[in-house]
Ligand binder design. Structure first.
Ligand code: GLA
Length: 405
């Protein structure tokens, strides 16, 4: 099929369930005749605040967004193969459920990883044929990999199988995280899979990564729009630096735990305790820890402000979070800093980098009355400052992954 773009995105209309069903029916006429085609969907996410806190068992506040991955699928009965065709490029790939291949830095690693982690958990996964389309730009920091994983999970399993094993949306998110950590080999936290699985329309989702308790936080979107700006800049050193940050935090915890074995993660450490270890932790490590500890507090404060619609106070927290990610955690980039500076020149706008950093996107709450001015300033000034094209995406907070029927 044609009409695709470099980042794997196709027209929204091509993702309508009827269009997806027709695309698969053209390839699998018998299944179509028998009415066996199902459509599954899984959204990307944008994190409002709580960055690099999830793997430190802290707090995060992501929202699932209305940019998503969808697949029309038909289970293949006895045939234990999975075959998926990408609608934008026509590329096909697949694997055998009884001989799941090792990850090889390809998109099929995600469905294969989920099949592996589900099988390992004792779930009966089934083969299927599918066509896959996406409105979510791939590899731009909006969790296209988590969306691919959750859509695969819904394709691989019969809902009764989930019920029989008592697996809920959080359980699915954890199975998908395991696929990413162990099979794909990226040591990420739970936030992305959690958001893609448990998102609620109109809300961000507060997750306590230690207790796994979560709750909805309504977003004040009557007067403000939720906007993602894609920096269009390559994610330099993304996964190696990500893993390095994580390792630094874990080493700090190990040092502190030698003295106080009750400390299991940075969630159990406050600023005063951190200060007490100034002689045993180097300055860079202390900066990393300080970011994480303060960022958890900012998440709770942001929830309070969002719940009363005080976007001005949220803007202050976004600014502090961004500065901390730039100066203490050192995961921002010149491009992300430029996007935030331009955004905050528009009065009443909250802006910060979102996701892992080193490129990717910013998250913004923009007064609706200022949207045009905002978009214009971002595109023009960002181009002038960096020579790059930014993309401005007004998004809605969406429901988590599932069957569309
Ligand atoms: C990536 C990871 C998440 C989280 C963020 C940073 O998106 O996948 O688990 O750690 O970075 O907050």
């Amino acid at each position: 099929m044609s009409g695709g773009s470099a980042d794997g995105v196709i027209e929204r209309s091509a993702l309508e369930p009827t269009a997806l069903r027709a695309a698969l029916a053209a390839r699998e006429p018998t299944a179509a005749a028998e009415g066996e085609i199902r459509v599954v969907r899984a959204p990307g996410r944008v994190n409002l605040i709580g960055e690099h806190t999830d793997y430190n068992l802290g707090l995060v506040l992501p929202a699932a967004i209305d940019l998503e991955v969808r697949m029309a699928i038909v289970p293949t009965g006895g045939d234990r193969r999975v075959k998926i065709e990408l609608l934008d490029s026509g590329e096909r790939d697949g694997f055998d459920l009884d001989a799941i291949p090792a990850a090889a830095d390809r998109w099929i690693d995600y469905p294969a990883g989920v099949a592996w982690s589900m099988s390992e958990a004792g779930l009966a996964v089934r083969g299927f044929r599918a066509v896959l389309g996406s409105t979510l730009p791939m590899a731009s920091g909006l969790s296209s990999s988590a969306a691919m994983e959750l859509a695969s999970a819904w394709a691989l399993l019969d809902p009764p199988e989930l019920e029989a094993h008592g697996i809920d949306a959080m359980g699915l998110a954890q199975l998908c995280q395991r696929a990413e950590n162990v099979h794909v080999g990226v040591n990420s936290g739970l936030m992305d899979q959690f958001a893609s699985s448990l998102g609620r329309a109109g809300s961000a989702m507060l997750l306590d990564c230690r207790s796994l308790a979560s709750r909805e936080v309504r977003l004040p979107l009557d007067d403000h729009a939720l906007v993602v700006c894609d920096s269009g800049s390559p994610r330099r050193l993304g996964s190696s630096e990500y893993n390095a940050r994580r390792a630094q935090c874990e080493r700090a915890v190990a040092v502190i735990a030698r003295e106080d074995p009750r400390v299991r993660s940075l969630r159990d450490v406050d600023l005063a305790t951190l200060e007490g270890f100034a002689d045993r932790l180097d300055a860079e490590t202390r900066r990393r820890c300080e970011h994480v500890i303060r960022e958890n507090d900012r998440v709770l404060a942001a929830v309070d402000h969002l719940e009363v619609g005080d976007v001005e106070a949220v803007a202050q927290l976004f600014a502090e979070s961004h500065a901390s990610l730039r100066d203490l955690y050192e995961v921002s980039s010149d491009e992300l800093d430029a996007l935030v500076e331009i955004a905050t020149s528009i009065p009443g706008t909250a802006a910060r980098m979102t996701g892992a950093g080193f490129g990717g996107c910013t998250v913004n709450l923009v007064p609706r009355a200022e949207l045009d001015r905002f978009a214009d300033a971002i595109v023009r000034e960002y181009r002038a400052r960096t020579g790059l094209e930014a993309r401005v995406l007004v998004v809605a907070a969406a429901d988590g992954a599932g069957l569309m029927g």
